[in-house]
Design a protein around this ligand. Sequence first.
Ligand SMILES: Nc1ncnc2c1ncn2[C@@H]1O[C@H](COP(=O)(O)OP(=O)(O)OP(=O)(O)O)[C@@H](O)[C@H]1O
Ligand SMILES: O=c1ccn([C@@H]2O[C@H](COP(=O)(O)O)[C@@H](O)[C@H]2O)c(=O)[nH]1
Length: 263
Amino acid sequence: MPAIIDKIADALHLHRHHKEAESAPESSAPVTALQSSTEETGIVKAQSLAVESKRPVFDNEKVTVIFVLGGPGAGKGTQCANLVKDFGFCHLSAGDLLRAEQNREGSQYGEMIRQYIREGQIVPMEVTVKLLENAMRATLAENHEGDGWADGKGRFLIDGFPRKLDQAAKFDQEVCLSTCVLFFTTTEEEMSKRLLERGKTSGREDDNEESIKKRFLVYKEQTMPVIEHYSKEEKVETIDASVSIEEVHETARGVVEKLFANK
Ligand SMILES: Nc1ncnc2c1ncn2[C@@H]1O[C@H](COP(=O)(O)OP(=O)(O)OP(=O)(O)O)[C@@H](O)[C@H]1O
Ligand SMILES: O=c1ccn([C@@H]2O[C@H](COP(=O)(O)O)[C@@H](O)[C@H]2O)c(=O)[nH]1
């Protein structure tokens, strides 16, 4: 394991394979209780102390995870916001969680995250997967109201993740087996135009020409293999994102409706 990853894993207590009992598949071996750290927010918010186990933290029979992928600026965040209104999902953007951690006072990962994001590179998966797991746990503990949230159930749109094959494997095996991938596609030219327009007001350090080029390259080299992987498992729903926001939304809503109808 490279030194930086090892250091992060140590800080997150990942070498101990902590797991919690809540929402885990019933057939698995019993585990001991959850212990929360004193920290209110951030990566180490809720660490669990449990016996070694390889099962996912959340049971995919109860917790639905839909990954949302597509190139930078394809419109993932925009469509997630629409699907939240339609279906009561909890929308978790991996990029937003990383930016929040980057800006969290006292975070030991802040500077590292900033550098990765500026370069369009993928932050070491231990950090991102732990942020997602913590956010899911916190949401499930909130007693969220609405369809799909009774009796320990939940439904999540995980936006901009997994960006790399190793993240996909880690999340599916250790956090929750994903149900499907919504894959938004359009041309690089269109994505670039949208990002540069967004960059006029977003304040994002990576909405500039230089970072955008790097993000496209990382997307092609590292994220496309994730799409190919899930395509082989017949989990990918490809949605044309070149049309208007409303038209993309109609298609996306139809896809999710079908998915829930068959669940
Ligand atoms: N179908 C569309 N037509 C035109 N503009 C769009 C469309 N969808 C999204 N946009 C605009 O494009 C920009 C990028 O959209 P959005 O932030 O949803 O993309 P994203 O895929 O989440 O980006 P990133 O990967 O960088 O997080 C936003 O300014 C949004 O308003
Ligand atoms: O799983 C992830 C997701 C994102 N990143 C980094 O964040 C930026 C911005 O992501 P957006 O989805 O566009 O908000 C991305 O370019 C990566 O640097 C990551 O490392 N891992």
